[in-house]
Design a protein around this ligand. Structure first.
Ligand code: 6PG
Length: 247
């Protein structure tokens, strides 16, 4: 395992979001088909950027080629909302992907609702541990094959927001966050859980993110995404507008 971070990770730049999304759909298909020893596990991102990718995966030529029965889906973070709420990442993924492809419900691990966000976080962590088969992350043994992340202009990723206690969490795999700037209480995978990935992929598009991409690649400590690491590889998949000028 190479153990890359936001500075050492590879940068791939594409003409636009559609080209970047299609590249990722092709790459995910290749990785999923190549995985023979056990299920292909992927943690998906919320937000708007990856929605084109999810729609592509649910359409031809991908929908009939992904090995859905050998795939396990997780969600990197969500807003603490009912899944039918317009701003729920779980609801968005159900609409765009899981309701349109032949994946069985037991392979889709959306973030559960509960009476409190803390209870939902504990339930989700238990589900991840049951899938992993252990209560502690083992060095060199990833939890996910792929962890797809977005990037907020303030440098957050998943729901790891600046100045929040969750940034110090090194034991729990899932925690809560109440970002002062973003709406809703959030549930998020923590740094250790995201690190336990063979591949971490940042999918970022748009000129509004270019400065933040540069800061995170320089590991600016003001950006929570700067501390993201991968057990294996970390790759930036960018459109031209979000890419640094020298790429
Ligand atoms: C969320 C996401 C979050 C997102 C970034 C970028 O729940 O909002 O998980 O981390 O990836 O905020 O969002 P956009 O893709 O909408 O710019």
């Amino acid at each position: 395992m190479t153990g890359q971070n936001t500075r050492t990770g590879k940068v791939s730049v594409f003409a636009d979001k559609a080209a970047a999304s299609r590249h990722l759909a092709d790459w995910l298909l290749q990785e999923a088909l190549a995985k023979q020893n056990g299920p292909f596990s992927i943690a998906l991102s919320g937000g708007s950027t990856p929605q084109l990718l999810y729609s592509m995966m649910a359409s031809e030529p991908y929908a009939s080629r992904f090995p859905w029965a050998r795939m396990q889906f997780f969600l990197g973070d969500d807003r603490f909302l009912a899944h039918d709420h317009a701003d729920s990442n779980s609801g968005m993924l159900h609409r765009l992907l899981f309701s349109r492809v032949p994946v069985s419900a037991e392979n889709v691990h959306l973030i559960p609702t509960a009476d409190t966000a803390e209870e939902a976080a504990k339930a989700y962590e238990a589900e991840m541990k049951a899938f992993y088969g252990a209560d502690t992350l083992q060095p060199g043994r990833p939890l996910f094959d792929v962890n797809l992340l977005g990037l907020g202009s303030d440098g957050h990723t998943a729901s790891l927001f600046p100045g929040q206690p969750v940034l110090k969490e090194q034991t729990a795999w899932v925690s809560t966050c109440v970002p002062p700037v973003a709406p809703y209480t959030r549930l998020t995978m923590t740094y250790p859980a995201i690190d336990a990935s063979r591949h971490v992929i940042f999918l970022v598009e748009g000129a509004s993110k270019r400065e933040t991409v540069a800061k995170v690649r320089a590991q600016d400590p003001a950006c929570p995404a700067s501390a993201i690491t991968a057990m294996g590889e970390l790759t930036w998949v960018l459109d031209r507008d979000a890419a640094p000028a020298d790429q």
